[in-house]
Design a protein around this ligand. Structure first.
Ligand SMILES: [Zn+2]
Ligand SMILES: [Zn+2]
Length: 396
């Protein structure tokens, strides 16, 4: 079975290749869309849409019924519609094969094992302290994690690893600070690991190869030295876009003191100083427990979303659709779609459906801070479902 190739992002010759602008999505965000429609009916001049608040989606023509649409999809030729010409390093390379021979010996990184064990013990103790904590402390932890998660999902992932949209300086500044709050390696390293994960998924060159089991793809990969193939392929990746990004390089240079300050010291001091939380509660809930939660929720994308769920877009790859992971990761669990179409800014066939990240990017676009959001056409998605899906999609 043919694996994914970028040529499959296509449109029908009957579709005029004009980008049409769609403001509020289709499936998945209907209540919000209806509310907004009502608002615009009552205040028709209240919302000025900036010219950049538009996605560059190629829309399929109006369907004359399910049957004709299916015929169209069947006959669709593979025209190239390159929606993201500037980046190809996250496109799956099916030609890569693991080398024969025994796997290399595991080399443990004892410092990481010790720190991870300490963090999780502190977090477990934090759970026992929750009933005696002040409500502001865990509200603060929750808010801190939502902001930090956006630094990963909207920042390191969709902006910097995949270049699925562009962001103006104020948004990039927010994302780099939020990303540092999350403490998941600097953006450059995160993006390099992530691009190599997409390009060589489920091979030795995949840093969190899910064939090695749940524990390895969840956290184990951070506790051992990287497989030589990961290092070799990582070195060969084109990372010139991020090397040229002054903000990303600035974060990389000052990463260690920055994360100690804003992922550990600051969240410990704020509850203690501002609302008189005990130091022990501050440290174990607002820092240890909060940080352990965001780490584990993010890791689920690499473990659970590569092991459990349907594969409606491409049954030949490891990544799967997992709703629970989407809930935990602000919309990153539509993982079969995401690995099939890594250049789609919504990382899902839908938009605001269980995806706070897409909602956030759209809000930023409404403010003029995000633009050029890449979106795969419905026709291309349907063609892919028909060709390589596992039959679980509701259109089947
Ligand atoms: Zn990705
Ligand atoms: Zn993945």
């Amino acid at each position: 079975m043919a694996a994914y190739s970028p040529q499959e992002v296509s449109f029908s010759p009957t579709t005029p290749p004009n980008p049409q602008y769609r403001i509020f999505g289709t499936r998945g965000n209907r209540p919000l869309g209806t509310l907004m429609h009502l608002f615009l009916t009552l205040h028709p001049h209240s919302l000025k849409i900036p010219s950049n608040f538009a996605t560059t989606t190629i829309m399929e023509p109006h369907s004359r019924g399910q049957q004709s649409r299916e015929e169209k999809v069947e006959k669709m030729p593979l025209h190239t519609e390159d929606i993201r010409p500037e980046m190809k390093e996250d496109i799956h390379d099916p030609s890569y094969q693991d080398e024969e021979g025994p796997p290399p010996k595991l080399e443990y990184v004892w410092r990481n094992i010790f720190l991870m064990a300490l963090l999780h013990l502190g977090a477990l103790y934090g759970i026992t302290l929750v009933p005696s904590s002040k409500v502001y402390t865990w509200l603060f932890g929750l808010l801190y994690n939502i902001v930090a998660a956006l630094g990963i999902t909207a920042g390191a992932h969709r902006l910097w690893s995949h270049r699925t949209y562009k962001a103006r300086l104020p948004m990039r500044l927010f994302l780099i600070v939020a990303n540092t709050m999350a403490f998941q390696n600097d953006v450059y390293e995160w993006a390099r690991d992530h691009r190599v994960h997409h390009k060589f998924s489920e091979t030795h060159a995949d840093p969190h190869d899910s064939r090695r089991g749940f524990f390895f793809s969840h956290v184990g990969w951070l506790l051992v030295r990287k497989h030589p193939a990961v290092k070799e392929k990582g070195r060969k990746l084109d990372m010139s876009d991020l090397k040229a990004d002054k903000l990303v390089m600035f974060q990389r240079r000052y990463y260690k003191p920055a994360v100690v300050l804003i992922c550990i010291v600051l969240p410990t001091l704020v509850p203690w100083y501002f609302w008189g939380e005990t130091f022990q509660h501050s440290l174990c809930i607002a820092t240890f427990l909060r940080y352990a939660i965001i780490l584990n929720f993010t890791w689920l994308v690499n473990s659970a979303a590569h092991l459990y769920g349907y594969r409606p877009y491409d049954r030949n790859i490891g990544a799967r659709e997992n709703v629970l992971v989407s809930v935990a990761s602000l919309g990153e669990g539509f993982h079969n779609y995401h690995h099939t179409f890594p250049y789609d800014y919504s990382a899902s066939e839908y938009r605001w459906h269980i995806s706070f990240t897409t909602f956030f990017i759209d809000c930023m676009a409404a403010l003029g801070l995000a633009y050029d959001r890449k979106r795969v056409s419905k026709a291309a998605v349907l063609a892919k479902i028909k060709r390589t899906g596992d039959g679980s999609h509701k259109s089947d």
